[in-house]
Design a protein around this ligand. Structure first.
Ligand code: NAD
Ligand code: MG
Length: 387
């Protein structure tokens, strides 16, 4: 039976990997929605190939350009934040949420509220509004299928047991490109060094997050929402080869792990096909060649981001949304060459120290915290730049 997929963030790294799988399994899928932020040329090219009902460009100013690029097809062209939300409400068998940042929150939430199952890559949405999103999923009956490789691994390991009988969840982390670098040397790293991840090929923002270990902190928050075993039962373990994607230990001390080549098409395929499996073109694991797997405890002195995230989710309320927004601004400032690498996490810490936002009760509250936190982060970035 053909299933309908709506893909948000089609032009990104996860979006392209998703389309690579769909392209190879054309009989199984029909594409309902394709979206992008501002790259009209790429979005129109994908739309002409995959023939969705609608293509949405987030940048409202490019509506005309998109309509022109799709002229002569029966594909609807739409633009802007409201159009993204409207597209997310359209019936689909699965929404792939692969927009980067809190910008993906409104459409992801709209899909969940409509009761559509969501393959969730967009971790910033869950970090910012985890309670609201999981509550909405419970109400609507939407299933959240984690795409982030660690969470997808945990989801798979939980199929072998009951969540009430979990003793520990162990999130693995590669440690990023600066795992063995001194703090002094990290002060001088460039954006191109930070985005060069040793194992994974990913978008720029998540690559920088992996280098600061903020990514693992965001994933800790993500895991807390997806797998409610208690924060104290979720640990981080550095595993430089990225072969074991995470582990679940049960009360009998039996530990299940999910392994695979570091290729996002594996967790994406797992979410697309769930509860079935689908074939992928990925490289099977060759453990004899890999020969050894290494592990070490995380160093929270050189990489303070994970502790910051643990404190934010322990406090709860709007803290994670505040942290996430500050991090988005700081990462963009680092990528633009405006602040140093250590200033990313320093900026996040300053924003957190400067204000304690009230607990959010609605998406509107989350967006207010997000906006205030971005403004505070921009202020600290300006200060850093002129220091
Ligand atoms: P990316 O930067 O490669 O792509 C992001 C996509 O979002 C693009 O299609 C872009 O057009 C769209 N987008 C960006 N800003 C937008 C905005 N303001 N409004 C609407 N659309 C916007 O990012 P990515 O690496 O594919 O990551 C996507 C998400 O998946 C992130 O949340 C990331 O943390 C998560 N994730 C990615 C990977 C990976 O391997 N890339 C792994 C795990 C989780
Ligand atoms: Mg991950």
């Amino acid at each position: 039976m053909t299933r309908c997929l709506s893909l948000f963030g089609a032009t990104g790294s996860v979006g392209q990997s998703t389309l690579d799988l769909i392209r190879r399994d054309g009989e199984a899928w029909r594409v309902g929605v394709l979206t992008a932020n501002s790259d009209v040329t790429e979005l129109a090219k994908l739309a002409r190939e995959f023939r969705p009902d609608i293509a949405v460009i987030a940048d409202e100013a490019r509506h005309g350009e998109l309509a022109e690029a799709l002229a002569g097809t029966d594909i609807e062209a739409a633009a802007g934040a409201d159009a993204l939300v409207e597209a997310a409400r359209r019936p689909a068998d699965l929404v792939m949420a692969a927009i980067v940042g809190c910008a993906g929150l409104a459409p992801t939430m709209a899909a969940i509220e409509s009761g559509t199952d969501v393959a969730l890559a967009n971790k910033e949405a869950l970090v910012s509004a985890g309670e609201l999103m999981t509550a909405a999923a419970r109400t609507s009956g939407s299933t959240l299928l984690p795409v982030d490789s660690e969470h997808n691994a945990i989801f798979q390991c939980l199929a072998g047991g009951r969540i009430e009988q979990v003793r520990r969840i162990i999130l693995t982390a590669s440690g990023g490109p600066f795992r063995t670098m001194s703090a002094a040397d990290m002060a001088r790293v460039t954006p191109s060094e930070a985005v060069a991840h040793p194992n994974w090929s990913m978008g720029a923002k998540i690559s920088v997050d992996s280098a600061t270990m903020m990514n693992k902190g965001l994933e800790l928050i993500e895991a807390h929402h997806l797998f409610p075993v208690g924060l104290e039962r979720i640990e981080i373990l550095v595993h430089p080869q990225s072969v074991i994607h995470s582990l679940v230990e049960y009360i009998d001390c039996s530990t299940l792990a999910q392994l695979g080549s570091p290729d996002m098409r594996i967790p994406i395929a797992s979410a697309l096909a769930w509860p079935q499996r689908m074939a992928t073109p990925c490289a099977p694991l060759d453990l004899a060649t890999i020969a050894r797997l290494d592990f070490e405890a995380p160093d929270e002195v050189r990489f303070p981001a994970t502790a910051l995230c643990r404190a934010a989710i322990a406090e709860g309320g709007a803290r994670p949304a505040q942290l996430n927004a500050a991090n988005e601004v700081a990462v963009a400032a680092f990528l633009a060459g405006r602040i140093s690498f250590p200033a990313i996490v320093d900026t996040v810490r300053r924003v957190i120290d400067a204000a304690a936002p009230a607990a959010p009760t609605s998406l509107h509250d989350i967006f207010s915290v997000d906006a205030a936190s971005r403004a505070a982060a921009r202020y600290f970035v300006d200060q850093c730049e002129h220091a």
